[in-house]
Write a protein that binds this ligand. Sequence first.
Ligand code: NAD
Length: 470
Amino acid sequence: MSSFALTIGGKAVTTTRQFDVLNPFDESLAGRCPEATIDHVDQAVRCAREALPGWSSTPDAQRAAKLMDIAALIEREQAQLARLVTLEQGKPQSGPGANFEVAGAAGWTRATASLELPEETIQNDNVARIVIRRKPVGVVGSVTPWNWPLLIATWHVMPAIRVGCTVVIKPSPFTPLSTLRLIELMNEILPPGVINVVTGGPEVGARLTGHPGVDKLVFTGSIATGKKVMESASHSLKRVTLELGGNDAGIILPATDVEPLLEKLFWGCFINAGQTCAALKRLYVHESQYSEVVERFAAYVDKIPVGNGLDPQTLIGPVSNRMQLDKVMDLVAEARSRGARIVRGGKKPEGRGFLYPLTVIADATDEMRVVKEEQFGPVIPIIRYGTIEEAIRRANSLEVGLGGSVWGDDPEAAARYAGQLECGTAWVNQHGAINPMTPFGGVKCSGIGVEFGVDGLKEYTTVQALNVAR
Ligand code: NAD
C-alpha cells in the first residue's frame, strides 16, 4: 500500500498521528492518511505567504505554462489517481466515474491555463487614462468535500494558481488520498510553497478558514458548514466563494416523449450514485403521463450495474461513507412511512460496505423529507404535478437554487420555462452538464460566487483602478 504525506513548503511532511481511510465498497483499508495538527496549518499558511511575492510576480505566460505541465502530469498519472479515487470514494473506474474525474481534472487545468484577464481601459483621453487591473487576492484557503475529491480540488486550486495566488488546501477526511497525491505531483512543477496540503476534520478546517494569514476562502460542501466558513471569514473580511448544497428539480413537460430522454434523465439523477451537488434530486412529472414515466424510468434503472467500482462492468458504486448511507436510508424510510411507493431498490444488501441500490420512489409528495432535503445518494423521488406554473412554483419553493432542468419535445418552449427556475444553471433536456468556460454557482442558500471561466478566475483577484491624470 502506498504511503502518503502532507506537502508544506515543497517538502513531504510526515505526522505522528494517522487515520484510516476506508474503501466504501467493503470497508477495507484504502490507505492511512497523515493527520495534520493546528501547527501544520500555521506552517502551511506561512509557507504560502512566503511564496506569494515570487509567484504573483511570475510572468503570466509562465504560470499558464506551468498549468499545462500539471495537466500533462495528471494525464501521465491517470491510472494511479483514478484507482485512488475509486478506493477512497467508491465511484467506478468505468462510465462517468473515477477515470472521467481524473480526465476532467486534466481538461479543466488546461482550460484554466488558457484563460486570460487582460487590463481593461475605461478611459483614455486628454483628461485621464483609467485602466482596471486584476491582482491576485493573496493566500487562498481551500476546503473540499468527499464526492468529487480530485475534480473539486482542481476547480479550487488551478484558477487560484493561474492568477498568481498561493494556496493551502484541506480535503475531506473521507477522501484525502487523491488530493495528497495531486498536490505532491503539482510540487514537482511549482516552486515550493505555492500549493500546500493539510488534512483533518472540522478543527483543522476551522483553523484554516479563520486564519489571519489567509485572504480568500473557497469552500465546497454543505450549507451548514458553509455558514460557519462565512462566519470565520468575517473576522478579517476574507473574500469567499461558497459552493453549497442543492436540491435540483427537474420538470418533464406534459406529453413529452420520454424514451429518448431516459439516458440523460438517468445520469442527471444518478451520476456518482447521486452524490453530486447539481444532480437532479426531485423529478416532477405531469399527472397525465405519471405512471408511464415511472415505469419507463424504472425499467431503465434495471439495466445499470451497481457494485464494486474496481469491477470494469460497474457503472454505479456504493454510497461514499456510513454517515451519508444512514441519511439516505432514513429519508427512504420516512417516505415509505408516509405512503410513498418504493418502485425499485430501497433496501441495503446484507454485509459490509455502503452499497445501496438505485432507488426509485413513486407517489412522492413535497412534504416528504426525501423531497424537501438533499438526499445526496442513489435515490430519486418522482412527484406528480397538475399545471406547469404549479410545478415551477414548487420547484422554486425551497431555500436552495443550484441547478434545475425542464424536459420537453420543444426545446425552445422548455427553455422559456427553464428561465423561470430560481437557480444558477438552468438546463433543457439534460441535467448536470458543466464545462470549464461556463460560470457555475448557486443562488439563494446554494452559494456565493461562481467557479469556471473568466468569471470564476476573477474570484481569485481584487480590482485595482489605475487613474492617471493627463
Ligand atoms: P461538509 O460541509 O460536511 O464538509 C466539507 C468540508 O468542510 C470537509 O473537508 C470538512 O472536513 C470541512 N469542515 C467541516 N467542518 C468545518 C468547519 N467548521 N470549518 C471548516 N471546514 C470544515 O460537506 P460534505 O459532507 O463533505 O459534502 C457534501 C455536501 O457538499 C452536500 O451538501 C453537497 O451538496 C455539497 N456539495 C456542493 C457542491 C457545489 O459545487 N455546490 C459540490 C459538491 C458538494
